[in-house]
Design a protein around this ligand. Structure first.
Ligand code: 5GP
Ligand code: MN
Length: 346
């Protein structure tokens, strides 16, 4: 059996309290953030398959839909979408005993679900690795050093001394979460502990090769063509060690854009030698905003950058943001801000 070095989890007294709460059947809702990614869906479904074995009545409610390459996970069909089923979801939220909020640090990150969650009297338990968690939950497991929320769900289960309940379903979902949030185990937050628990998940039935295939090798031809357009639209500012991609709504339309098609594009900027800061600006006519992703290497803090200028946040090396200016004006604003960061873009 593998020996896992545990990270600091919840406070011991909180673990005892949570264990007590979960010791008899409860109504439980599990919630990821809006536009859920692999870590959000993987950690929710991993927790779901774990809790089901303790005879709880569990519903996962995602704020909105997510890409097809996350829909292969066991239990996917049971996930409700608040955006398409809001009355039913509101009623479940108002009548539940416990709400787990996974992979986000502030209730506004659930979009239109925010009010329902705020109004609910349920016990709230947060498991998350984003910076600066808001104070909305009764029990908090927050650790910004963690690779992923899925890794934290693993530690949470371990801390409850219920590792034997990590079956193949739990293992496949948690593996997918860790894999997607670590860029397939290569970002700096991938620790030796991450690798140990990944090994343990494989031992417990995670089909690593199939998971990589399902997430990364199920592109449509048009998505691959859109990547070509994005790479053509990649601009480099060598003096500022910055690269950025611009995609207009008409670029997206040309290639029959589907949710998730631009996932990962931003990372191509960082593959250029000498580049430490990458951004992608994507026009969304539907949401009337420009969606932005920032990525960095080393010490340039994109969480701070996005908070300061683009109404977003996230982690030091990966953050999201938005702009209500036009696409062109947004890019111009970005370029005009950059010189003040020149000394930190190293
Ligand atoms: P992405 O660029 O993939 O949308 O987001 C990168 C990371 O930043 C993800 O971990 C995502 O959850 C987080 N993130 C995206 N937008 C926001 C935001 O507005 N606020 C905060 N706190 N985190 C965000
Ligand atoms: Mn995450």
């Amino acid at each position: 059996m593998l020996l896992i070095v545990y990270s600091p989890c919840m406070k011991n007294e909180d673990i005892i309290a949570v264990k007590n709460i979960l010791s008899n059947p409860k109504k439980i809702v599990i919630v990821p953030h809006k536009n859920p990614d692999g870590d959000a869906i993987g950690s929710c479904l991993g927790l779901y398959h774990f809790l089901v074995q303790l005879n709880h009545d569990i519903t996962i409610i995602a704020p909105n839909d997510y890409p097809h390459f996350l829909k292969w996970m066991p239990g996917n069909d049971s996930i409700l979408l608040f955006e398409t089923d809001s009355k039913k979801c509101e009623s479940i939220i108002q009548n539940t005993d416990i709400i787990f909020t996974l992979d986000f640090n502030a209730l506004f990150r659930t979009g239109d679900m925010e009010t329902s969650l705020k109004d609910s009297k349920a016990i709230k338990i947060m498991i998350d690795h984003h910076q600066k968690p808001d104070d909305y939950s009764n029990y908090v497991y927050s650790d910004v050093m963690m690779s992923s929320t899925a890794e934290m769900v693993y530690h949470f289960i371990s801390k409850l001394s219920l590792n034997h309940l990590i079956n193949a379903e739990v293992a496949n979902c948690l593996y997918a979460g860790v894999m997607t949030d670590t860029g397939s185990f290569r970002f700096p937050n991938t620790s030796s502990t991450t690798h140990r628990l990944i090994a343990d998940l494989i031992d417990k039935g995670a089909n690593n090769s199939a998971i990589h295939h399902n997430v990364y090798d199920t592109n449509s031809y048009q998505r691959t063509q859109l990547l070509g357009r994005a790479l053509n639209n990649l601009h480099v500012l060598p003096d500022l060690k910055t690269a950025y991609i611009v995609l207009s709504q008409s670029d997206l339309n040309e290639f029959n854009f589907k949710k998730g098609d631009t996932e990962g594009f931003v990372n191509y900027g960082l593959t250029i030698e000498g580049i430490v800061f990458a951004a992608i600006f994507i026009e969304s006519m539907q949401d009337q905003i420009i969606k932005i992703s920032f990525r960095s290497k080393g010490s340039f803090d994109v969480n701070e950058f996005s908070r300061a200028h683009f109404g977003g946040g996230g982690h030091m090396n990966a953050a999201g943001g938005k702009s209500e200016l036009s696409l062109l004006q947004t890019v111009e604003k970005f370029i005009s801000i950059l010189p003040q960061y020149k000394s930190t873009l190293t």
